[in-house]
Design a protein around this ligand. Structure first.
Ligand code: SF4
Length: 218
C-alpha cells in the first residue's frame, strides 16, 4: 500500500520518537508546542557546516546537498544533508549524468555519537527513501560527527529497517488515538529539548538533573 502525500510523516520525526515517544508527541501532535521544537531544529540546521553549492562534481563523484527524498511505501518525506553518487558499473543511472552510480547518504551532526540509535534510524529511513526513488539497493551510508570530526560507516541492517517500519506504525497509531505517552523520567530527560514543557515542575527544582535523579530514585 502506498500512502498519499497528505498522510506523510517527516523523516525528522523518527529521531524524536526514537529518543522519547513523549517528546515526539509533544513536538508533532500537540500543535502549540511544535513551534518550539522546530525552532530548535532550525538552529541545529544553521549550525551545520553546509557548503553553498547544491551540486558538486569531482572525479568519479557527484555530491548533492539538501536533497529532498520521499517514500510512498513508508509514507515519509524529508531532506538528506548530503547524498554522494560514486561512479560504479554496478550502480544506477542518474538523470542528466552519464554513467552509473552507487548511492551513499551522509548525515552531518554537530556533536558526537549518541548512546541511542536515533541517528542510525534517521539515516536508515533516508536510505530507504533513496532506494525507492532510485530503484537501487543502498547497503551503507555515513554519519559525520562535528565534535570528533569523524565519519562513521552505518550498515543498513534488515533489523534496523524493520525497526523503522514498526516505529512509523506506532507513530500512526498514536496519531489516530491522539495519544501522548506519559512521562517516564530517565537520565536522557536532562538533555531533552522540551523538558521544560514536558515536566513543568522542573522550573521549581534546582536543576533538571536533580529532578530526574530524584524521580529515578523514587
Ligand atoms: S523530558 Fe524526558 S519524558 Fe519528557 S519528553 Fe523529554 S525525554 Fe521524554
Amino acid at each position: 500500500m502506498a500512502y498519499q502525500e497528505d498522510e506523510y510523516l517527516q523523516i525528522a520525526e523518527i529521531q524524536h520518537f526514537a529518543f522519547c515517544p513523549r517528546q515526539w508527541a509533544l513536538a508533532y501532535m500537540e500543535q502549540q508546542w511544535q513551534e518550539n521544537v522546530l525552532t530548535i531544529e532550525g538552529h541545529a540546521l544553521h549550525d551545520k557546516a553546509h557548503d553553498d553549492s547544491i551540486k558538486e562534481k569531482r572525479k568519479g563523484k557527484i555530491i548533492v546537498r539538501g536533497m529532498p527524498v520521499a517514500s510512498g511505501e513508508l509514507g515519509v518525506s524529508g531532506t538528506c544533508d548530503v547524498v554522494e553518487f560514486i561512479e560504479d558499473m554496478a550502480g544506477v543511472k542518474i538523470p542528466s549524468y552519464q554513467g552509473t552510480y552507487r548511492v551513499i547518504p551522509v548525515e552531518y551532526k554537530r556533536g558526537k555519537p549518541k548512546e541511542g540509535e536515533e541517528d542510525i534510524l534517521q539515516l536508515t529511513v533516508q536510505a530507504m527513501c533513496l532506494e525507492e526513488m532510485l530503484a537501487t539497493e543502498i547497503p551503507w551510508g555515513y554519519l559525520y560527527y562535528g565534535e570528533i570530526r569523524h565519519r562513521s560507516k552505518v550498515e543498513f541492517l534488515s533489523a534496523t529497517r524493520e525497526h523503522v517500519k514498526n516505529m512509523l506504525g506506532q507513530m500512526r497509531e498514536y496519531l489516530q488515538r491522539k495519544y501522548t505517552p506519559l512521562i517516564k523520567p530517565r537520565k536522557a530527560c536532562a538533555s531533552c529539548s522540551v523538558k521544560d514543557i514536558c515536566i513543568p515542575k522542573l522550573g521549581k527544582q534546582k536543576s533538571a538533573k536533580k529532578y530526574i535523579e530524584g524521580r529515578l530514585n523514587e
